[in-house]
Design a protein around this ligand. Structure first.
Ligand SMILES: NC(=O)c1ccc[n+]([C@@H]2O[C@H](COP(=O)([O-])OP(=O)(O)OC[C@H]3O[C@@H](n4cnc5c(N)ncnc54)[C@H](O)[C@@H]3O)[C@@H](O)[C@H]2O)c1
Ligand SMILES: O=P(O)(O)OC[C@@H](O)[C@@H](O)[C@H](O)[C@H](O)CO
Length: 403
């Protein structure tokens, strides 16, 4: 039994981002662990709906799925009710986020104020960023510490009042049907790995969590298998005119390309972390089965969202491709998937539009390639990436002349 948190009272959790993974996974597990849950979000209609609705249901769809009811939560508009949020964080046991890695800097200041407002001697607040990014909590911690310093709180005070733990979250939660209310459709599978070290041997009880000594292998295996494969299916699928991920992966040509990508990331993960090849193969097969779940209405547009983030230096494509090239191993299939990513032009995706504007702009191919991928002329993959940009531009300009 853990003594983390205020043991005399109910445990409480503040979760930033009441979206798909917030309601459909992190919020659900915290609720089921017995936490009094507070959702914080900037989307006023979502917060209003949560405040007006005593419960919602998480529907697991696909084999073995069942329903879970989440209730007894509160909801705070983090754009307008900062004082209430600070007070909630000051009394909480745990703060989690699922807002997107680029949003962490915006939630950090209020977390810092909440930490500063914690009573002397209160148990440390556990802060966990549940985002798809390597060591997202480290990013959040740096922002929280900067905001705390700016508010006059020394690093030692932050250390006395809070702890920061990296985490890897895995559950496919598609965009929900408009007008469907607060209920969330999710896949039955999930994995939530959290590093144990920062808790100093006093981990909270959260059924379903896997506590690990070293998160690096977990997060890279997750990001470079689930997310690399998922994004590849999305970009190849969209280029082939598919709307759903399940449709994309059912296409033998697309599946073969995705499998080729995952064979490359497997080679890296086996070489880097010593994962047993058979075990990694089993992990890949399981994940391909998850993508094929036809009951999950996941779209290529959601999974391909934010292509500039996904093509950045330490993300799901360039991260493994660069390391493979540095080890003298092949990254051809990953490069082909990156080429497909350059075609992603979803009209309602800001980053897709920014990507297309970069490709259509005046910058030299090498400069655009470096801006997108962070790979400069000294890197063994640089020439290949410049070639991708160059071909994407040639394709666009020939499509433009024939339009
Ligand atoms: N959906 C999935 O399958 C899945 C699985 C694992 C991890 N993730 C990760 O979880 C994060 C969220 O993904 P999602 O699919 O739930 O996205 P989402 O868009 O459904 O939810 C994000 C929520 O964050 C809110 N938000 C934005 N800015 C905010 C701010 N400044 N303060 C508070 N709330 C803010 C949005 O209003 C939205 O409700 C991402 O990092 C994603 O990579 C998603
Ligand atoms: O959330 P993103 O944009 O980083 O990636 C899109 C999907 O691949 C992702 O949300 C998966 O569904 C999820 O990571 C599965 O655990």
């Amino acid at each position: 039994m853990s003594s983390q948190g205020t043991s005399a009272q109910a445990k409480s959790a503040v979760h930033f981002g009441a979206g798909n993974i917030g309601r459909g996974f992190v919020g659900l597990l915290l609720h089921e662990a017995g936490y009094d849950l507070v959702f914080a979000d900037v989307a006023a209609p979502l917060i209003d709906a949560l405040q007006a609705t005593p419960s919602y249901t998480v529907h697991e769809v696909g084999e073995g799925g069942r329903d879970h009811v989440v209730d007894r939560y509160a909801a705070v508009n983090s754009a307008t009710d900062e004082a209430e949020l600070v007070e909630r964080i000051a009394r909480a046991d745990i703060v989690t986020t699922a807002v997107g890695p680029n949003i962490l800097k915006f939630v950090a200041p209020v977390i810092a104020r909440g930490i500063a407002a914690r009573p002397e001697g209160a148990p440390r607040l556990a802060v966990l960023a549940c985002e798809n990014a390597i060591n997202a909590t480290d990013l959040l911690e740096a922002e929280v510490r900067a905001a705390a310093r700016a508010a006059g709180l020394a690093d030692e005070d932050v250390d006395a009042k809070a702890l920061f733990a990296n985490t890897a979250v895995d559950r496919i939660v598609p965009a929900q049907a408009p007008g469907g209310g607060l209920d969330v459709r999710v896949e039955p599978y999930f994995e939530w790995a959290i590093e144990r070290g920062p808790f100093g041997g006093d981990v909270p009880e959260i059924p379903g969590v896997t506590w690990v000594d070293s998160l690096g292998p977990y997060i890279e295996r997750k990001l470079f298998t689930v997310n690399t494969g998922h994004a590849s299916a999305a970009y190849f699928g969209r280029a082939a005119g598919k709307e759903k991920i399940a449709e994309a992966i059912a296409d033998p040509e697309i599946r073969a390309k995705v499998e080729a990508v995952l064979a490359e990331t497997k080679a890296l993960l086996v070489a880097k972390y010593g994962f047993a090849p058979d075990e990694q193969e089993g992990y890949i097969r399981k994940i391909l089965g998850r993508f094929a779940n036809a009951e999950l209405p996941d779209t290529v547009d959601r999974v391909g969202r934010a292509p500039v983030r996904k093509l950045s230096r330490h993300e799901r494509f360039v991260g493994p491709a660069a390391e493979l090239a540095e080890r003298g191993l092949a990254a051809d299939a990953l490069l082909e998937a990156m080429g497909a990513a350059l075609r992603f032009d979803a009209a309602d995706d800001d980053e897709a539009q920014r990507l297309q504007a970069m490709l259509a702009g005046d910058g030299a191919d090498a400069a655009v390639a470096e801006e997108l991928t962070g790979l400069g002329p000294g890197h063994p993959l640089h020439g290949a990436v410049v070639g991708l940009v160059s071909r994407a531009r040639a394709r666009e300009s020939s499509a433009g002349t024939t339009r």
